[in-house]
Design a protein around this ligand. Sequence first.
Ligand SMILES: [Zn+2]
Length: 358
Amino acid sequence: MIRLRRDSIVRTLTLAAFSSFLPLATLPANAAEPLEIVFVDVMGGAATLIKTPEGETILIDSGWPGLDDRDPKRIVYVLKEVLGKSRIDHLVTTHWHTDHYGGVKGLAERVEIGRFWDRGLPEDPGVDPANFPDGPKPEDKLGIAYRAASKGKRTVIKAGDTLALKGGIKATVLAASGKVMPAPAGAKPNPLCEHAPEDKPKDDSDNALSTVIKFSLGKFDFFDAGDLTWNIEKNLVCPHDLVGPVDLYQVTHHGMDISNHPTLLKTLDPTVAIMNNGPRKGGSAATIKLLRELPNLKAAFAMHRNHALSESENMPAEFTANSDTTGGEFIRVTVDPDGSKYRVRIGAYGKEKEFESK
Ligand SMILES: [Zn+2]
């Protein structure tokens, strides 16, 4: 509640200061808006809310269910109070785990959701019903809620698809349902694959079937792979690199070390990494160490301090959004409308750090 009140005071003061210098009427009607990417704290789940320069909103995953709709409320707060929007135009669910689609019912009760994108449901025509190890079966409670909210508004996505978005932003589906997109003609082998670590035993969970999307605006690229695990992560960059270098990396699978394949990370070569871990979930010491060793990484942010790790194993406090176990603070990335530069800050008042896109 304190945060809400502080926000409205700051907004009033900012508007007052702004209007004394520049009357609102002189603002061009078509002033270019930035691309915004906000990592909402859903306590070890995922909820990444994007606003494009055209004003479209895309939510990738919707956090956990229950707890008096804690996660839908946090997402709607960011949507309305931080991004100034009232509708989710596109909701992408990366895979069928509770921490990624549990918030759909609570969200749909609060805001209109335009279109639902997912990797398919077992009853969909043309999908393999055996490829849904963790549901949602038609009788699953969360599955019932998802089917009701998305009825008549769903699109099934496959590797190689693009999301239909307005303007210059492009969203390419690099992998879904365990398959990666085909390598483009003439693609050269990735030399980093020679030193790739060994595969792990096959992951039979829905994590391995996660949808992977790369968003591109001008030179800026953002990579979100949901909870994709080791072997399929490798397939994204070996033998051919299907991704290319990126600027912003959403640390896969909340920072767990059964994901975050070193060859993928070295190939992505990110400048900034943001990890949506919880106080006691994800954020593993091995993943944090791996990120620190990436030669061109300039900043890595954690959503939460990992309370099971020592101070030195955690990200520094300056790069950690929530040090207590209650959480609620978000991490915001604001990208120039042409994609050339971007700024990252924690919450509404954190110190901004600026980076050049590559
Ligand atoms: Zn997850």
